[in-house]
Each structure stands twice: as C-alpha cells, then as structure tokens.
Ligand binder design. Sequence first.
Ligand SMILES: Nc1ncnc2c1ncn2[C@@H]1O[C@H](COP(=O)(O)OP(=O)(O)OP(=O)(O)O)[C@@H](O)[C@H]1O
Ligand SMILES: [Mg+2]
Length: 323
Amino acid sequence: MNEGNAVMQPASEPARPRIWALGGGKGGVGKSFISASMGVALAKAGKRVVVVDLDLGGANLHTSLGIRGSKFTLSDYLGGKVVDINQVAEETGIERLRIISGAGDSLSIANIQYFQKTKLLRNLPKLDADYVILDLGAGTSFNTLDFFIEADHGLVSVTPDPGSVENTYRFLKCVLIRRLRDVPKQARESVQQLMSQRRGEGGKAGSLADFVDEMARRKPRVGEVLRRELGGMRLHIIVNQVVEPADTELGRSMQMVCSRYFGTHISYLGFLHHDKMVLKALQQRRAFFSSFPQSRLAIHIDTMVASLMAEDEVDQAEAAAES
Ligand SMILES: Nc1ncnc2c1ncn2[C@@H]1O[C@H](COP(=O)(O)OP(=O)(O)OP(=O)(O)O)[C@@H](O)[C@H]1O
Ligand SMILES: [Mg+2]
C-alpha cells in the first residue's frame, strides 16, 4: 500500500490483503494473462488470492483462468445488488484462488461514478484474502490510474514492439503526474502554480525530473515531498512475449529512461518468453500456469511472484516493528 494512500488503508486492520495491480497503455500485452498466472502462482504458494477483473467492458480475466463466466460480476456489487464484496468473489476451481469477474458487465471502468470508485477502493482491502490482484485493462482513464496508484505494487507489462514501449512510457508518466495530485495540500498548490507558470511561459513541457528539480530549487521542502511521494511508489516493468534474446535488454533500458526523464526508480521485474502452449491451455480451457507449471514461462512467473512477496514481507515486518 502506498504511504500517501488515503482510501485503501484501514488503519485498524493489519491483516488486510496486499494489492498488486496490472496496468499499461496498450491492449494485448498480457495484463490479464499475467494477472491470472500470478494469481495461480500465489495460490499454489499457499496464499489466499482474489483476482479482480477491472477491465470492465473488455473483461476476459476469466478466460485466462479457463473459466466461462460466473454467477455474479463486479456490477452486482457496484450496483448494490450484492452488499458484501466477498460474495462476488467466486471459486475458480483452483484451490485458494477466487475471481471477481467483469464478464458481461455493461459498465466501463472509465465511466464508473466517483462514489463507485471510492466504494471499491475502500472495500477491496476487506476481501478475505492474503493477496488481491487487479487486472486493470488498457488505457489511462483517471479511474484506471487511481486503482493503479493505490496498489502496493504497480506492474506494467510491455511487449518488445515500439507501440507498446511508447504506450508504457505514456502510461507511467500519467501515473506519476496523477500521483502529484495526492500530495499534501500546500505542496499541491505549489505544484499547480509551477505547472501553470510553465504552461504560461509556453516553453517546452520538459521532463518530470526537470519539473521536480525546478521545484526543489524554488521550494526545497516541496521538492522533497514530491521526491518522497514519487519515490515511494513501487512500480515494476515486466517485458512479455520475448522472442529474441535482445528483447530481454528492453527492461533495463526502459528502467534507465524512466530514471532520467521521470526521476523515479522503476524496477525491472523480469521478462517472460512467448510460449505457444499459452494458446493451447486457453483452447483446453485451463489456466496455463496449472497446465504447465514446469515450463520456463511458469518458472519465470514464479520467480517474479517470489520477489514481490519478499518485498511485501519486508514491508510488513517494518510496519510491525513500527507499531
Ligand atoms: N508470454 C506469452 N506467451 C504466449 N501468449 C501470451 C503470452 N502473454 C500473453 N499471451 C496471450 O496474448 C493474448 C493477449 O494477452 P492478454 O489478454 O493477457 O492481454 P491484455 O494486456 O490483458 O489485453 P487487453 O488490454 O486487451 O485486456 C492472450 O491471448 C494471451 O493468452
Ligand atoms: Mg486483459
């Protein structure tokens, strides 16, 4: 959970689930596949998991898990037909793994109302689980960005094609700028002032790193707040659909570019090969990770999950020591 996070953090509930979100600007880069696979990996590691399809309108997380549909969807909860969020989390047939499906929902995430968004943000931590994974779908709508920002880990999937790379930078930039909106009120006013001044001067927008540097020169304390808020986010890049050995370099180079232009550390979590057995599993209506747990792809997913879990355990130990 983010430090600046106001909505998702119920102070009196230490046992809330950790929340991971899969987002990214482009469709078809593997967000649903990775959400589903990480969900299965966590469940196999003994954790209780709920995967949530927030790609309302284009929902297909259930397909990646090899299931057809479910009795309830997120709409039933958002519309008030079902009162307890735990009731819309249905069994997947995989032990310890449940899904909140978006299948057949007529809603679009970009258009859910403010009260529905806050209701969801407030209640996702009440899910009876150790881990909640949000499959956010493509795009940079404010609602999508807000779910991504509020998660403990924000994961972006990128494929080695220029369109996907470009969209990923755009998505990350939108996330970071949206995050500036959450800084404390006084700092926010300074941010808005500097933004409109720079716009008024009609010069080049410059990088986010330049912006923060300029703020730090003018108002060192505000600059410090911005650095802390942006630096406190746990953002990770996953390179998916790797075919050529050179594709594996993409993560590192994107990490460097992000550091230079956004002034923010974004970790390179690892890469996943293209595996034609993914399609085979889908055709057999099975979750890939369950069907091919010994494949190179499944092992890489396991490694990523283990590394995120290790980070979470450190956080939890630190939080316990502080309290
Ligand atoms: N590493 C991989 N190897 C083989 N196939 C893959 C891999 N990753 C994803 N796929 C397949 O690529 C297709 C697109 O993936 P997926 O649906 O997960 O993308 P997405 O980012 O969720 O797309 P959207 O934004 O449209 O929801 C799916 O058929 C999925 O099974
Ligand atoms: Mg998807």
